[in-house]
Design a protein. Structure first.
Length: 168
């Protein structure tokens, strides 16, 4: 049975969408990823979709949605809930079915970057690579041999991991 992972952000338009796409691509069949926002924007940023397409990661079905969807009866039992923005990490989350392990993996908001098209593209690329690196570390964890608190410690540690400096 796959582990269900929910990535949370405020708008669910960029970082959490990137994480959902990356984990669903790299983690199948052992992981199923979802994303949601506390105040969803209702639209996925085209720059986020472009980064996924560049990496040959499927984008079908990605949409901006509220985190309440995952607190409803019949929603997937969550094993992990990972916040990827500081605002969502400080908010009071719904009660998730199954008491998932939670951690914060803060990523700078590429949607907040102002500047040239190149500046914005660079910000989305950096967010993609940071999430890709953290997800790769997460996938390398021996989850079957770690106890709950050890997994939580490892997830917190991964949240501090940074991407290599230059991805040009």
């Amino acid at each position: 049975m796959p582990h269900n992972v929910l990535f949370l952000c405020t708008g669910n338009s960029a970082r959490s969408i990137l994480a959902e796409g990356i984990l669903n691509f790299k983690g199948r069949p052992n992981f199923t990823a979802y994303s949601a926002g506390s105040h969803p924007s209702g639209a996925v940023r085209p720059e986020a979709l472009r980064q996924l397409e560049i990496a040959h990661i499927p984008i079908a079905g990605l949409r901006s949605k509220a985190w309440d969807e995952f607190a409803q009866p019949g929603s997937p039992k969550l094993d992990f809930v990972l916040t990827v923005c500081d605002h969502a990490a400080r908010e009071v989350c719904p009660l998730w079915p199954g008491q998932p392990i939670t951690a914060h993996w803060g990523v700078p908001d590429p949607a907040a970057v102002r500047g040239s098209a190149a500046d914005i593209e660079r910000a989305f690329r950096e967010a993609f690579f940071l999430l890709d690196r953290r997800i790769s570390l997460f996938l390398s964890l021996p989850l079957k041999s770690l106890e709950g608190l050890a997994v939580k410690r490892e997830l917190d540690h991964i949240g501090q991991a940074t991407a290599p400096v230059d991805h040009k």
